[in-house]
Design a protein around this ligand. Structure first.
Ligand code: PEP
Ligand code: MG
Length: 883
């Protein structure tokens, strides 16, 4: 097998880039080389090597030596420099690159190939001794950190001391001789800490770095990132070895990062930052404040430092040409790293750029309109889950704001929460149920878990392409970065802006769209659903087959869902209506009643209330089907707990408190989820379902007569295991309908159906379908009962289960397609065999999960039902599933 693939100088061994084999970075370097862009020559060691390296306990096969040697020879041939040559040394970078980019997760070594001899050669050929020694000291520092894993604080300290000795504040003030002295200190440090001298053999350096990159694949931070992003551990990373180019060779050199479109808004404008006379890491690390790429961006920001367009007009023009070529070639917005070495432009990297949901939408719609991609591709380009970012409230422009600082609008959206200063605290507080804002000087990959736990991220340093900004956008967390006025004292858990002080636990609000930082919580407003969002949704609606309904029972939720495009209600949980403060006493009276007569008294009070609920819902959803589920939960959930609550019920019923308490104790269940709930309530107390059915039909008739619009009730019986249960309940429902239609003289079409949420029901679907006109899969309970895992207690151990790979994802979030999915397939097939027109839907939480929706499409269900804010997500996911 071949493991090394060369690129550059007219060569692209990878044939335009297989990212699974070459990793994303390697594939794109190969791709850029293939279309003739200026890429420094290099080679990629494939991901297959990484996998083999781990399989063989961290060793390289003999054959790799020759392959790497030929890779180096390729670079030497093009550059005319020789690796390890004292007169004209070739220097290389060694970088990781997995299939999909894991920003900042993996290791990089630059300037590799420098030693005590070659540094002199570099000084001579570049004519710049200072540059050569600075490169060498950077190399020792990076190599010691990444490969030798020595404490990098000691190196920083040595650098600080060197500056202090000379009375300097900036690194750039150090002379060649100063840096030569610093290299000496660094080497002494290495020998002291590592016990061996810094490796002088350039081949030892190279193999050390290659091993470190492969090793970094199993580093803790990489594992965390993979877990958060569902990246399999067996993908491995590739290693890219590439000739160095230098952005720090004087004023005609520069380095930068850019996006071909604005990654925050999606606007079609080159977007980026660069630094003159700097190395790539300087831009990302946020140490110097970068300059804008374009004149327009500089003017908009009111910045003084010249943009690249102004400072290097010719190189900028070439860069712009490359941007356009890259977009045409990759047909997507690109995130680019480039270096200008003494006026010559070099492309170091390109990849599909991470973007906010807003930008993703705009870019997809714009590119389809520009003819760069098809509408179908546009639909597939937007991650449905990311829409969530757009559907949530933003800061109310009219709200009072106590703005204390302004930074860069690094990732849009608004967030309020308690200030915390480290990632671990963020995680702990989140687990305790608090909303937190993570405040850091700058973030590093070690902070990932805290960024994930936080509602928002605030940093004192770093630009729009800093680690914090990139990661926050990827995660959909609002982020304000580079707030220069922020003085953070992490040790004492306090930050100051001018005279204002904010301590850990204080509430702040961030607006990631404007960069504002505010004290206290700020009011929010609902999002705008027109524009690009509306366009993409329309395209999605044209291709999807699955209908999308909503799970809703309050008028607000129903209205929201309709606005979001819900095509009906798939689940109206009536028990939620029973919790209402004005009714709970009557509900309790019903539960605690000793006989049917007692229950009927209470039910008479509830009937008009339920009728009013349904009337409102039918009116809002007029013209669309509304599935109403009869009472489901265990009765004890409604029981009084407090003395005062018992007293209230006693007053309302005339039954004394002691007796009520005794009755409440009798209702106690050891396993209420498998207890007296669902249709078991209806079987034992049919008068409850009778009241609900009556309320439904009275409301339906009233709304139909008043509005003249179609009212389409679908009455649903929960937790059915047998056909007989459904038959008994259907008789109650039909009788109520007949009675109401006779009383009112109005007849309506309606359906009676059942939830399928028990394995027995799934298996017996064939005979249940004789009575049911529809099935709605209640996958919350079906998952609970099929897996034998309590939905209320699962959180304690499911995390470990997912980590151990027992279930790929939390089965209560994403459907266990293999197990629960098979039950659904069986039920769908058997049900339809009995009744071809059987309507099939899903109303568990999975109805809003894109992967589960793909399963529903494959299984041929008619609709999914999701909570209101997930309706657009479901519409898009359903469209993607259909393509
Ligand atoms: C279900 O079990 O999937 C369902 C929708 O019902 P509930 O969550 O109310 O039990
Ligand atoms: Mg259920």
């Amino acid at each position: 097998t071949r493991y090394v693939y060369r690129f550059g100088g007219g060569v692209s061994d990878g044939g335009n880039g297989d990212r699974n084999l070459l990793g994303g970075k390697g594939a794109n370097l190969d791709g850029m080389a293939g279309i003739g862009l200026p890429v420094p020559p290099g080679f990629t060691i494939s991901t297959a090597m990484c996998t083999r390296y781990y399989d063989e306990g961290g060793a390289f096969p003999q054959s790799l030596l020759a392959e790497v040697a030929s890779g180096i020879a390729h670079i030497e041939g093009i550059t005319g420099k020789v690796f390890g040559d004292e007169a004209d040394p070739l220097l290389v970078s060694v970088r990781s690159g997995a299939r999909i980019s894991m920003p900042g997760m993996m290791d990089t070594v630059l300037n590799l190939g420098l030693n005590d001899k070659t540094v002199e050669g570099l000084a001579a050929t570049s004519g710049d001794a200072r540059f050569a020694w600075d490169s060498y000291r950077r190399f020792i520092q990076m190599y010691s950190d990444v490969v030798l894993e020595l404490d990098h604080g000691a190196f920083e300290e040595a650098l600080e001391i060197a500056k202090e000795d000379r009375g300097f504040t900036l690194d750039t003030e150090l002379s060649a001789d100063d840096l030569r002295g610093l290299v000496k200190s660094y080497k002494a440090l290495v020998e002291e800490e590592w016990g061996k001298p810094f490796p002088q053999d350039v081949h030892d350096q190279l193999w050390g770095a290659v091993g470190a990159v492969f090793g970094s694949w199993q580093a803790d931070r990489a594992k965390v990132y993979r877990r958060l992003n569902d990246i399999p551990g067996n993908w491995g990373t590739a290693v890219n070895v590439q000739a160095m180019v230098f952005g720090n060779m004087g004023e005609t050199s520069a380095t930068g990062v850019a996006f071909t479109r604005d990654p925050s808004t999606g606007e079609r404008a080159y977007y980026g930052e660069f630094l003159i006379n700097a190395q790539g890491e300087d831009v990302v690390a946020g140490i110097r404040t970068p300059q804008y790429l374009t004149l327009a961006a500089r003017e908009r920001a009111g910045a003084k430092a010249a943009s690249m367009e102004e400072a290097m007009p010719e190189t900028f023009a070439e860069l712009a040409r490359v941007f356009d070529l890259l977009e045409t070639h990759y047909r997507d917005m690109q995130d680019i790293e480039f270096t200008v070495q003494q006026g010559k432009l070099w492309m170091l990297q390109t990849r599909s750029g991470k973007r906010t949901a807003k930008a993703a939408l705009k870019i997809a719609v714009d590119m389809a309109n520009e003819g760069l991609i098809t509408r179908q591709e546009a639909i597939l380009r937007v991650d449905p889950a990311a829409l969530d970012q757009l559907l949530h409230p933003t800061l109310d422009p009219k709200a009072v704001r106590d703005v204390i600082a302004k930074g860069l609008p690094a990732s849009p959206g608004a967030a309020s929460g308690q200030v915390v200063f480290d990632a671990d605290t963020a995680e702990k507080r989140k687990a305790a149920g608090d909303d937190v804002i993570l405040v850091r000087v700058e973030t590093s990959p070690e902070d990932i878990h805290g960024m994930h736990a936080a509602k928002g991220i605030l940093t004192a340093r770093g630009g729009m392409t800093s680690h914090a900004a990139v990661v926050a956008r990827g995660m959909g967390r609002p982020c304000v970065s580079g707030v220069g006025t922020l003085a953070i004292d992490a040790k004492n858990k306090i930050f100051r802006v001018g005279t204002r002080e904010v301590r850990e636990g204080d509430i702040v609000t961030l607006d990631g769209s404007t960069g504002e930082v505010m004290i206290g919580a700020v009011d929010t407003v609902q999002p705008e659903l027109a524009g690009d969002f509306g366009v993409l949704m329309e395209w999605a609606d044209q291709v999807r087959r699955l209908k999308v309904r909503t799970n809703a029972e309050t008028p607000l939720d129903c209205r929201t869902a309709r606005q979001f495009g819900a095509e009906g209600i798939g689940l109206c949980r009536t028990e939620h209506m029973f919790f209402d403060a004005s009714r709970i006493t009557a509900v309790r009276q019903m539960i605690l009643a000793e006989d049917e007569a007692g229950r009927r008294l209470a039910l008479d009070k509830l009937l008009p209330e339920q009728r009013a609920d349904f009337t409102e819902i039918f009116a809002i959803m007029a013209g669309l089907p509304v599935t109403i589920r009869l009472l489901d939960p265990p009765l004890h959930e409604f029981l009084p707990h407090e003395e005062s609550e018992f007293a209230e019920v006693a007053a309302a019923t005339g039954i004394d408190v002691d007796k009520l308490k005794r009755r409440a104790a009798e209702l106690h269940e050891f396993n209420p989820m498998l207890g007296h709930r669902g249709c078991r309530l209806g079987v034992t107390y049919p008068e409850i379902y009778e009241m609900q059915a009556r309320a439904i039909f009275e409301a339906a008739v009233a709304v139909a007569n008043k509005t003249g619009e179609a009212v389409i009730p679908e009455v649903m019986v929960p937790l059915v295991a047998t056909k007989r249960e459904l038959d008994l309940m259907k008789a109650v429902i039909d009788a109520a309908a007949t009675a109401v239609f006779a009383e009112t003289g109005t007849t309506l079409e309606y359906l009676v159906g059942t939830m399928i949420e028990l394995p027995r029901a799934a298996l017996r679907a064939g005979d249940i379908a004789e009575s049911a006109e529809f099935f709605s899969f209640g996958t919350n309970d079906l998952t609970q009962t099929a897996l034998g895992v309590s939905r209320d207690d699962a959180a304690r151990f499911l995390g470990t289960y997912v980590e151990q790979g027992i279930y790929a994802k939390d089965p209560f979030v994403s459907l266990d397609v293999e197990g629960v999915g098979e039950l659904i397939e069986i039920a769908a097939e058997r049900g339809r065999k009995t009744r071809a027109a059987l309507k099939l839907g899903i109303c568990g939480e999975h109805g809003g999960d894109p992967a589960s929706i793909a399963f529903c499409e494959k299984t041929g269900l008619d609709y999914v039902s999701a909570s209101p804010y997930r309706v657009p997500i479901a519409r898009l996911a359903a469209a993607q599933a259909a393509l």
